[in-house]
Each structure stands twice: as C-alpha cells, then as structure tokens.
Design a protein around this ligand. Sequence first.
Ligand code: PAF
Length: 296
Amino acid sequence: MERLVTVEEARFTLHETRAVGKTPVGFVPTMGALHDGHLALIRQARTECETVVVSVFVNPTQFNEKSDLDAYPRDLERDAALCAEAGADLLFTPDAAEIYPQGFSTTVTVDGTLSRLLEGTFRPGHFAGVATVVAKLLNILQPDRAYFGEKDWQQLKVVERMVADLNLPVAVVPCPTVREPDGLAMSSRNTRLSPEARQQAKVIPYLLDTAQDLLDSSNREMPTNLGPVLRHWLLTLLESHQPTAEREYIAVVDPETLVDVNEITDRALVVIALRVGGVRLIDNRMIRVRAEVSRF
Ligand code: PAF
C-alpha cells in the first residue's frame, strides 16, 4: 500500500493509476480510528474496484466543539496497517494545511431539510464541513465510486444530494451498518464509552429493533398518525429503560427528506441521537410495513 500525503502526490498517483487502466477507482473517506465498519467499506470497495484508495483526515471544519476535535482518537500507524490488511492500494493522509491552505474561503452547503434537520439542529455547520471536505477529496482523487456507511444516513443523503447537484462524476455507494454482537453500531466514539455507558448504549439497538416490532404488531388499520404514535412509544420505552440517557432526538422520518412522517405506508427511518456517559451516539434503522406479518 502506497502512502500519499500531499495533494500533488495524490493527483499524480491517481492520474497514473487511471492512465494504466487500473479502474474503476474506489474511494473510502474516513477520519481514521478505523473499526470493522470502515473495514467493511474497504473490503466492499476491494471486491468492486481495481484500485482502492482510503483517506484518513480528521476534518476540523465538521466539529462543533474543539474539545470533541481534540478528543478524536488518532493512530495513523494502526489505521495504515488495518487499511493494508483490508486490501487498500493507496492511503491519502493529508494534514490540515494541505486541505485548508492559507486563504481557503470556499464552503459547500447543501441547503434544505437534509442539512437543517436532526444532526443539523444539534450540530450547526457540521454538514457544510462534511460537504466541503468530501467535495475536495472527490476533486483531488477523482474516484469512480465512493463508499459511505448507512450508519451516518443523513451524511449519506447530504453527499448524494451534493454529488447530484454538482454533477460530480462519481457513484455514491451506500453500505449497511456494521454492528457489535449486541447490536450497537460500530463507531469510533464507542472506544470512549465507560463500561457502564457501554451497557446503557444497548438501549439504542433495542429501541430500533422494537420500532420494527411495534410496526409489525400495530393495528391492521394503521392510524394515519402512526409516525408520531411510534415516536411516543419509543420515548416512553427510553424513559423506562434508560432514564439517565440524554436524548437529543428520536424521530420517525422520511428516509429521503428526513422530515417527520405521519402515515407509514411503505417504509420509514427511525433515527436516534443520545448521549450516554457524555458520549454522543447516533444510529438509525429502516422500518418497513411487512405484508406477510399478520396483524390483529
Ligand atoms: O464519516 C466520516 O468519517 C466523515 O464525515 C467523512 C465522510 C470522512 C468526512 O470527513
């Protein structure tokens, strides 16, 4: 695996790669602290692409709190070894000055509900930071395919929107969330959970699984306001199972617009953001109306 540090090196190497026909080029953007979720993206890219490039860049502009940026786990040597093991060919590890040189003044903003709601409410400016750095990385590396995890569903939708709106010549590939055996979604933040908070965090997959069960067992004549009813049930369950967890949001939304849904005719996305033991965790699950489930 070759390591690339400057934009110039990355451009030159990717240009050579394409010139000798080692395409398609698959790209996995990360902020490091790699876990099995990232490795699944790299492995998927490996099976679908001739060349796999991974970036590790802790993007300062997408953090709302400096303390969060400072606390972000960094271990480039470990990340490099994991990338190589998972089959990456190239690792791009620019520093902040390389991505945001003196005088940098451009921000890419995806307007509307995709950026404004949910994470956008609690992390103002976050998606502008994400969209800007992803646009830059796509421009620098010019991959054919870019892999994003569905765990960060809202990020995935923001990136899809930006790629469509700016006609960027890349296919965005959504990849399923990878979970711990007890259901907790893999996240770099999990390493910051105390053993007690780790136990409390299990309430998140529990609520997400229960949402599908509740939908399955809801009345045959589903109420036209099943979205708010479901949300209310989930809030009650959270309160009874883990009253100390600090809720930022629990919502039942349209997966494409992220707007709250009333009626659920086909599918809806349940999204959750909680702080447990001071660590902010997000997760989501698509719930579907299943024809085969007998309702009463
Ligand atoms: O999901 C992440 O790790 C980051 O938001 C990304 C896409 C690498 C942009 O910094």
